[in-house]
Design a protein around this ligand. Structure first.
Ligand code: ADP
Length: 574
């Protein structure tokens, strides 16, 4: 019979990190020392009882005590006993603290590594992911993995104590010890089915968490819409249902674990009764040996049950570890080139040129761009127009170096924007999106995202260039807190601060993605004034449906179904 096909292999990835390896070895040594001292403490009961009652000592133990020159007298034995217990307490303390530090290091390391990989992954992959899944994988999974990993440490500690208990029992009566050990192994084998169930319940819990994070993340980001559509009750219902699913997944596991524990306790007491019966009736053991033996078995019984529980808890956490490792693998395969330092960003003195560019989004059967060729002269203003879904944003992402085309070339002053060059080119590109993203912080802190060492004068100059002088009229000026996603400001104010932030980077290329489409006409006019002043100073690529900004463009390029259908040079008539 196969004892187990269960996935301890997942734990092997831990051993790949040399720092963790050293820590794991340290904790294992402490685990062994704790168990050793426990075993010694229990075995000492035999000479203690013998010194009181004058009974005999098993030969194996007798020769060990003689070797240590320990007299079979109550006083010295009690002193040694207290010393061993004290030593055990100190080792045990150190084991728990170091074990905790180790499992926190595992969880934190996993979080940081996954986040690093997410940040370093190509936009093509990131844009196709549901970010709430990643939040779940970054927040919940490492804690589940930490708990599971704790179970391995505890499980090893239990196994070591069980081994020490077994050895002590063996020293007292090898025959009885063997019978009880065989019974213990059989009990663990009998629980294989329940452990398999733990994996399935762990998977169900992962799915329930994923759903919960998606629901909370998406709905909190859409509170305005929910309120305007009177969707509060619907959201509440969905939340209740999802929470019920998650709780039911957790409770199913607890129920299964508790039934297992109760059954195991009954089975263990049957094994203990059997062992005592065999020891007394079959082997006729003396009381000095029988009593410590019973004490050893009474100690071992709950340990066996705890070992089964640890095993089951570990397996319950394995799906979380699998999910995280799978995500890490996918992210690793999608990493961008990291060697920024060696690749200076190309200058933009002549032109950005696209030649035969094709691009398809992941999972899409229709190309977003097919055979696009386009020239953006340096310091020119190009407007990309066309119906929704024509491929304008995709083209802007390619020009901005966020994604690379499936076929065709993108060059800046003749330098090909591929590999590390694409990443360094992004340093010279600034974006202003339709929905400006501000962080819940002061205006100054938001601006410093673009230039961390910007002083007040530099920020004010950027705000002026973006027609955002209104900030200086605020009571707290640059120190005004903008609220969640900039919610304490109007859409027009947010957009102009976002433009100032983009300008602070002193970009070679400024990409404007429908920046005025949701603004009132006064805000649109303010943005137009700002862009008009920038015209001729930096290269601008505007995505627009309509509006007065388009009228400022030097060339208007019309996209439809991923192809350029019309390129109009608006300066050629002049
Ligand atoms: P536009 O900006 O002109 O509205 P897009 O460049 O956003 O157009 O989209 C072009 C096409 O690519 C559309 O058919 C759109 O559905 C598809 N698309 C855009 N982003 C993604 C994505 N992340 N995954 C799959 N398809 C996408």
């Amino acid at each position: 019979m196969r004892i187990s096909t269960e996935p301890f292999g997942e734990a092997a990835w831990l051993l790949r990190d040399p720092r963790l390896r050293a820590r794991i070895a340290g904790v294992l040594v402490l685990v062994l020392l704790t168990s050793l001292t426990e075993g010694i403490g229990l075995v000492l009961l035999v000479p203690l009882l013998a010194s009181i009652s004058g009974g005999g000592i098993p030969p194996l133990l007798g020769s060990a005590l003689a070797g240590l020159h320990l007299p079979i007298q109550l006083g010295p034995l009690l002193l040694v006993f207290v010393g061993v217990v004290l030593l055990r307490a100190i080792i045990q303390y150190s084991r728990v603290i170091n074990g905790d530090k180790l499992s926190y290091a595992v969880a934190d390391g996993l979080r940081i590594e996954t986040l690093q990989l997410l940040l370093g992954a190509d936009w093509r992959m990131l844009s196709a992911m549901r970010q709430s899944d990643n939040v779940n994988l970054l927040l919940t999974n490492p804690d589940r993995i930490r708990f599971a990993f704790d179970q391995i440490i505890t499980g090893v500690a239990i196994m070591a104590t069980l081994a020490a208990t077994g050895l002590a029992a063996f020293a007292l009566s090898p025959r009885v010890a063997l019978v009880v050990m065989a019974a213990g192994v059989l009990v663990l084998i009998a629980y294989a089915g329940q452990r398999r169930r733990a994996v399935a319940l762990g998977e169900a819990l992962g799915a329930a968490y994923e759903q919960l994070f998606a629901l909370v993340g998406e709905n909190l980001g859409a509170l305005r819409l929910i309120k305007s559509l009177h969707g509060e009750a619907r959201v509440e219902d969905e939340l209740r249902r999802t929470i019920r699913q998650q709780r039911s997944a957790e409770l199913s596991f607890t129920r299964s674990a508790q039934i297992g524990q109760a059954t195991l306790q009954v089975l263990s007491s049957v094994a203990l009764a059997l062992a005592v019966w065999i020891a007394v009736v079959q082997f006729g053991l003396a009381a000095t040996v029988l009593l410590p033996l019973v004490a050893l078995f009474a100690r071992a019984m709950p340990l066996l049950s705890a070992l089964q529980q640890c095993w089951q808890n570990w397996l319950h956490g394995v799906p979380a570890l699998r999910e995280t490792l799978a995500l890490k693998e996918r992210l690793l395969a999608a990493q961008e080139h990291a060697s920024l330092a060696s690749t200076p960003a190309p200058r933009l003195d002549h032109a950005i040129e696209l030649e035969g560019v094709r691009f398809s989004h992941e999972g899409s059967d229709r190309p977003a761009l097919s055979d696009v060729s386009l020239t953006l002269p340096a310091r020119s203003f190009t407007a990309l127009v066309g119906p929704s879904g024509a491929g304008k944003s995709t083209l802007a992402d390619i020009v901005g170096g966020l994604i690379s085309p499936d076929a065709g070339t993108v060059t800046v002053d003749g330098a090909s924007i591929v590999g590390p060059m694409r990443r360094s080119w992004r340093e010279s590109v600034a974006y202003v999106q339709q929905e400006p993203l501000l962080f819940h912080a002061t205006i100054a802190e938001n601006l410093r995202w673009a230039k961390s060492d910007a002083d007040a004068a530099t920020m004010q100059a950027a705000l002026e260039s973006a027609s955002a002088q209104f900030v200086m009229g605020f009571e707290h000026g640059l120190e005004t807190v903008v609220g969640d996603r900039g919610g304490r400001l109007s859409g027009g104010e947010r957009q102009r601060i976002a433009l100032a932030r983009a300008l602070l980077r002193n970009p070679a290329l400024l990409i404007l993605d429908e920046p005025t489409s949701s603004l009132d006409s006064a805000s649109e006019a303010a943005i137009c004034t700002a862009i008009e002043q920038l015209k001729g100073r930096i290269t601008i690529l505007l995505i627009a449906h309509r509006g007065s900004l388009t009228a400022l463009a030097d060339q208007i390029v019309t996209l439809d179904c991923g192809c350029i259908v019309d390129g109009l040079d608006t300066t050629s008539d002049n």
